[in-house]
Design a binder for this molecule. Structure first.
Ligand SMILES: [Zn+2]
Length: 749
């Protein structure tokens, strides 16, 4: 059995809110592309990740909503796993279809009992070997009237900024002036959750991991990686190493998390700091995957070692970590320091003995950390009311996952932040995905049956492998080399662009060959022309195989349209240029690969979905994505574009009475509403309310509408304004109405 062992490590999302498109572009789509590509190459690939369920991001969310932390993590673990699966990410592949020796995938949770047990065991070993030091810290403590109390993590404290005097400063950072400080430096501290409680500074004991002991080994490791790491990874790692590593706290005063596994009273009521345990998930997840599948795996529950340990022959399993740029030092400095510490204790050595890079039988360090920059939400007109579009679950309710995968891949924030906006999304889907790729495929598959051919046989067979197509074979072989090379270097955007070039190439040679000229009555050059069309079938097959990592759902649809009853995901990458593959054929007429999007219609529907973003979704910073801040964000928050007062006042809101609602003749989701706006003539408004109101229920309603929205044609009907509606984000949409009788045309202030 040949093939390399590859471990795909995906940053663990906090389970306290839904994933948004920024997370997907930065952390969750690239590893899935890589996973699928590595599998197609024939490698043994294990993909690991899961929900990060401990720490203050979770408890803050729970306390804000008045529910238990367990409820929060149960809800969002399920939502996020479902959304990633809906996006086509291969988390359901518990065991590789090629056989258990090839690996699989596991999206686990840090609340998993085995994860907890392994973390505690590692904690204990590192403690015993002298890798922790004890420090006395000062921290805020709140006391309630009844005498009960607790230590307050930084996120739980607010007060006056010690630098600029702003009254809305957070525990460790001021959003007004940008200063960071120790929480105890804050003036007039108040408990955020419990403002009446008495807050004072108390001393508390904590353990710190001796990162400083790993300085030399990590510098050696970083030097080793200079030719591999991207510029941003090199720069951020260097910055950390240049500052000199310092011990880092591994315990904290919090009850939601993994208990500190030490018996002394002083550790009672403290938990393992979330960074220390969640990052170990990459390792525990691989072990738990092997446990889960032990009866099928060669080596049983020890099978994980093939993906984690330097092999006896010195070859190293390739560890690829996918994360957002805010998380780089964690994966190039902190996690490697933990791995090196675990290797040290596995050898029976202590913190006093010299620390060396991993050898055979030891846990391997990362091979690369292809960290992405951020995908931003454009601060234009849609970002304010269009927050729902940012969230992955609601996006996938409305659009083909491959459209999103295409858009995010072709805009991947590989070298600098990129933007999401609706017009660009629609334009790329229509003009690139559809016009170049979808259209080419459709032409080839519909031209085929117009060939004169033997019933039951592939119409392309007679004209296959004509000498005139050699030049096209050469072109595709070069293309495959380029695409492979780019994917190996994690250049997803360019790789996909190269794939799209092949579709354009196909369109071009088909256009030049004009086979339709010869369909009924062959003219001069018929043989070469039909040979080109026949080769275009091979280009379509090539495209199904090489789009599979990027666009798995449509690749499978295309594969089936070609006449295959297998999974394109399991087809070998280099089969894309196997020119001897039989020309299978499906007699059924193919349906178009992608739907065309209508920007005006999308905007109309999006406009009616005025979604109020859940408060808790704003409070956390999800690892690997753009950090969002606390309640007093003064800097730009992703997804929020502030408007000034004049802009707001320039919107004319009035009351109107719905006279009638009719189905839009050409758009399934829209009503055409006639509104009495008090002017004497009826106003026409298109509204995406069909799923929420029957026509008769709407008639007679007094609603609030925007009077001065520029009229726009929506699939042939000019819409003159917009009605306001509320949306809870879970499918309930209600029109905004007025409280009682009032004249149509009345101003809303
Ligand atoms: Zn300040």
């Amino acid at each position: 059995m040949s093939g390399e062992h590859v471990l795909i490590c995906v940053a663990w999302p906090y389970a306290n809110g839904p994933l948004h498109l920024g997370h997907v572009a930065g952390c969750y789509l690239p590893p899935d592309i890589q996973y699928r590509f590595e599998r197609a190459l024939g490698n043994h690939v294990l993909m690991v990740s899961g929900s990060d369920e401990h720490g203050t991001p979770i408890t803050v969310t729970a306390e804000t909503q008045g529910i238990s932390p367990q409820d929060v993590v149960d809800e969002y673990h399920a939502i996020n796993l479902q959304a990633l699966t809906d996006l086509g990410c291969a988390w359901a592949n518990s065991i590789d279809a090629r056989g258990p020796a090839y690996g699989g995938a596991l999206f686990n949770r840090t609340s998993h009992a085995e994860h907890k047990r392994m973390v505690q065991e590692n904690f204990r070993k590192l403690f015993d070997a002298g890798f922790f030091e004890r420090q006395t810290m000062e921290q805020y403590y709140e006391t309630n009237e009844d005498g009960s109390g607790r230590f307050l993590p930084d996120r739980y404290v607010e007060g006056t900024c010690p630098t600029c005097g702003d009254d809305d400063a957070r525990g460790d950072q001021c959003d007004s002036c940008g200063a960071t400080y120790e929480a105890v430096e804050l003036k007039n501290p108040v408990s955020k959750m419990n403002p009446d409680a008495k807050v004072e500074i108390r001393e508390t004991e904590h353990l710190f991991y001796r990162l400083d002991l790993f300085q030399d080994a990590l510098q050696e490791h970083a030097a080793d990686r200079q030719s591999v790491w991207k510029t941003n990874v090199k720069a951020m790692t260097k910055q950390w190493l240049d500052m000199g590593l310092r011990p880092r706290a591994v315990t904290r005063d919090l009850d939601w998390g993994i208990d500190v596994p030490l018996k002394e009273d002083v550790w009672h009521g403290k938990c393992v700091y979330v960074w220390f345990e969640a990052v170990q998930g990459y390792l525990t997840c691989a072990k738990i995957w092997a446990q889960n599948n032990a009866d099928r795996l060669d080596g049983g529950e020890h099978a994980w070692k093939r993906w984690w340990m330097v092999h006896e022959d010195g070859s190293v399993p390739r560890h690829l970590y996918f994360l957002g740029k805010d998380n780089i030092p964690f994966h190039t400095v902190i996690w490697p320091a933990l791995i090196l510490g675990l290797n040290q204790v596995a050898k029976g050595k202590t913190a006093d003995e010299s620390i060396v890079l991993p050898g055979p039988g030891e846990l391997a360090l990362e091979a690369n950390v292809p960290a992405m920059d951020y995908l931003m939400l454009a601060g234009g007109q849609f970002s304010k009311s269009r927050k729902h579009a940012v969230w992955l679950p609601s996006f996938l309710e409305r659009y083909d996952p491959d459209m999103l995968r295409y858009y995010l891949s072709i805009n991947m924030p590989e070298q600098g932040d990129t933007d999401f906006n609706w017009p660009d999304f629609v334009s790329k889907v229509n003009n690139e995905l559809n016009a170049a790729y979808g259209n080419f495929v459709h032409r080839v598959l519909t031209l085929g049956p117009r060939f004169p051919f033997d019933p039951g046989a592939s119409p392309f067979a007679r004209h296959d492998n004509h000498p005139s197509v050699q030049v096209h074979k050469d072109a595709l072989e070069v293309a495959l080399k380029d695409i492979t090379n780019l994917l190996q270097r994690h250049r997803y955007k360019e790789a996909l662009r190269r794939v799209m070039n092949v579709a354009q190439y196909g369109n071009q040679i088909l256009q030049n060959a004009a086979p339709w000229v010869h369909m009924k009555q062959p003219q001069d050059g018929a043989e070469e022309s039909l040979a080109t069309l026949s080769f275009c079938w091979r280009i379509v097959r090539f495209l199904a195989i090489v789009t599979q990592p990027f666009l798995p759902t449509s690749a499978q649809r295309l594969w089936s349209s070609l006449g295959y009853d297998t999974e394109v995901m399991d087809v070998s990458w280099h089969d894309a240029v196997d020119w001897t593959a039989p020309l299978v054929w499906l007699d059924a007429a193919p349906s178009p690969l992608f739907e065309r999007l209508d920007l005006e219609e999308i905007l109309a529907v999006e406009h009616t979905l005025v979604e109020d973003e859940p408060q808790h979704a704003q409070v956390h910073g999800v690892k690997g994505g753009k950090k969002s801040g606390g309640k007093n964000m003064k800097q730009e928050t992703e997804g929020v574009a502030y408007v000034d007062f004049e802009t707001f006042m320039s919107v004319n809101l009035r009351v109107g009475k719905i006279v009638e609602a009719q189905d839009h003749p050409d758009a399934d989701k829209l009503y055409v509403v006639k509104l009495d706006d008090g002017s004497g003539t009826l106003r026409t408004i298109c509204a995406g309310l069909k799923e929420h109101y029957s026509r008769s229920a709407m008639e007679g309603m007094m609603v609030v509408f925007v009077e001065n929205l520029k009229p726009r044609p929506l699939r042939g009907v000019v819409s003159e304004g917009m009605m306001l509606a509320a949306d809870d984000g879970e499918g309930v949409v209600k029109l905004i109405t007025v409280d009682g009788e009032i004249k149509p045309g009345s101003q809303v202030r």
